[in-house]
Design a protein around this ligand. Sequence first.
Ligand code: NDP
Length: 234
Amino acid sequence: MTYLVTGTSSGIGRVSALRLAGHGHDVVAGMRRLQDAPTHARIRPLLLDVTDTDQLAAAAKEIGPLQGLVNNAGITYVGPMEHLPLERLRHQLDVNVVGLLATTQAFLPSIRAGKGRIVIMSSVAGRVTVPLHGAYSASKFAVEAIGDALRQELRPWGIPVVVIEPGTFRSHNRAGTEAAATADRTTADELAQQRYGAAMDALLQLNRTVETSAGDPERVAAVVERALTTARPR
Ligand code: NDP
């Protein structure tokens, strides 16, 4: 089996690539920063920015048939909507929404050829939102819509589409750092920092009340593997 995972330089994508490879699958690990590639004999790192359509087209041609595409790449900018820089919001939509569509378009022929599946990384924030997460949630609400429509469009082709909605977790990864940095820049006072903390706590609380895979990269990676490898119903 050959699977392509996007956004594998850190976090869920990286852990998923390593888990799949560890269980004997071949993994093409798409990423922007090859110097941070996960190391494993079955992992083939590939330079892949999901917003770069030329790179996506070249990669699809080179890789050939795929048994699974994991659309994981994404970024998180949070902060009060009053202050969030618009260029960051555009970038977030470009990666999380347009990037997801561009990647899916580029690799659908490979998925058809490989009788594969599509996995989409949404979030609990794709179902509900809390203060300071409105813009991120907006991108993930769009991801949910794309996943639901795609599932229906591809049913006649026998291509399963699985949307995963992990709970929020505090991470030391890049997205977490970017989120914190954005909050620092846009809410440069203690009160706003407290609001950011409260919003995070509210999202963390949702881990216990909304049915999602738990907010932990290892457990999310297990869900990714299950989505790719569970036998299809006859
Ligand atoms: P990370 O920041 O650790 O991982 C995000 C990955 O996406 C990085 O490898 C990053 O690469 C990559 N990426 C960003 N922009 C692009 C791009 N244009 N092209 C290709 N790759 C890109 O965060 P997570 O592991 O937490 O996030 C992974 C996914 O899980 C995201 O879709 C996120 O929204 C979702 N998610 C995260 C949750 C959380 O609480 N952390 C909860 C629910 C969902 P680079 O290092 O180059 O920036």
